[in-house]
Ligand binder design. Structure first.
Ligand SMILES: Cc1cc2nc3c(=O)[nH]c(=O)nc-3n(C[C@H](O)[C@H](O)[C@H](O)COP(=O)(O)O)c2cc1C
Length: 329
């Protein structure tokens, strides 16, 4: 019997998913990730209407079909759509109708109970991975029938978990043998290899893909990522109601006094809900490993080279070479 991994791996060059990112992931980023052999994904929320979602899916599938026809031997990875399945998502039903129309091959669910979506996606042969930040969430997702789990560990960009990745993976692997994806500060091929050694099948990479030519974000956001270190992040629920890492310079740039939020709980700033994402830029702990803005193609070549080297020699022995590669050109 074909497994979910067989289905994914035969079209993947590296065990990587370019993670869905609110206001960051675009068809261009998704298409380039998939064409270069890693899964590209986007949150359905990045489109304002169902008509726009329909259009994005049409664009993505056409570009990938064209690539497959032009280069039959190339590994063109499947794309994924991220759906928030929490009851508060009033768009879910309408968005799902579009996802169903396109028979989206890979759905990533987050928050809430994914069961109804899983059952429906299975009807057209698609697969569903569910985002989790705790062991309890992992157990619930398995009960709901998820094909795979995405462990969003401490240090991830966006709404990060707070459990150490070693601990989270270890504990979940005790009761789940299926596909596991690890998220949180994975920025290079050494990290991808390390995640596999820990027991993950795939790495989920968000922040690193923001610093690519294809990410359609404010250029200052990319420059901030290149210049930032872990100390330049603040983990706060002030802007979105859920703990999330943000770049301190983006907060200051937006005119918010950092001292009013750092180290404080329940700060009430009226920033207009999700509009906060437009001005407060998120990044994970992996920022310290980002020193250049490059194309998705170059990034994936770099990741592949590091991943292959890491099979035999640890990063420490490659440090000088690694630093040169990451200094950019
Ligand atoms: C700017 C930004 C926006 C994000 N938006 C979403 C989102 O809409 N849905 C989601 O499931 N995860 C979202 N995430 C989390 C990513 O999908 C992923 O879990 C995370 O980026 C992995 O950690 P890393 O950034 O350290 O690689 C976001 C992350 C970032 C950095």
């Amino acid at each position: 019997m074909k497994t979910v991994q067989d289905m994914l791996n035969k079209n993947m060059r590296l065990p990587v998913i370019c993670a869905p990112m609110f206001l960051v992931s675009s068809p261009n980023l998704v298409i380039n990730a998939c064409k270069n052999g890693v899964v590209g994904s986007f949150p359905a929320f990045n489109t304002r209407t169902q008509a726009a979602l329909d259009e994005w899916l049409t664009t993505i599938t056409a570009a990938l079909d064209e690539e497959k026809q032009a280069n039959p031997a190339a590994k063109v990875a499947p794309y994924a759509v991220n759906l928030v399945v929490h009851a508060s998502n009033k768009r879910l039903h309408a968005d799902f109708e579009i996802v169903k129309k396109h028979k989206v091959p890979f759905v990533i669910t987050s928050q809430g109970n994914p069961k109804p979506v899983i059952d429906a996606v299975h009807q057209w042969g698609g697969i569903v991975f569910h985002d989790v930040i705790t062991v309890a969430h992992a157990r619930k997702a398995i009960e709901a029938g998820a094909d795979g789990l995405i462990l969003v560990a401490a240090g991830a960009g966006g709404h990060a978990g707070e459990v150490n990745p070693f601990a989270l993976l270890r504990e979940v692997r005790e009761f789940w043998q299926g596909p596991l994806v690890l998220a949180g500060a994975i920025n290079d091929g050494y990290g991808i290899r390390a995640a596999e050694i820990l027991g993950a099948n795939y790495s989920y990479m968000g922040t690193r893909f923001i610093a690519t030519n294809e990410a359609e974000v404010d250029p200052d956001y990319k420059t901030m990522l290149v210049n930032a270190n872990v100390n330049d992040l603040v983990f706060t629920d002030t802007f979105t109601g859920v703990k999330c890492h943000f770049l301190k310079p983006s907060i200051t740039r937006a005119g918010v006094d950092l001292a009013s939020i750092e180290g404080k709980e329940n700060v009430d700033l009226d920033l207009g809900g999700s509009n906060a994402w437009k001005y407060m830029w998120s990044a994970g702990h992996g920022v310290s490993g980002i020193r250049s803005v490059i194309s998705v193609h170059s990034l994936i070549e770099q990741l592949e080279g590091e991943y292959n080297k890491a099979a035999t020699t640890p990063l420490f022995n490659h440090t000088a070479e690694h630093q040169t590669a990451h200094a950019g050109s």
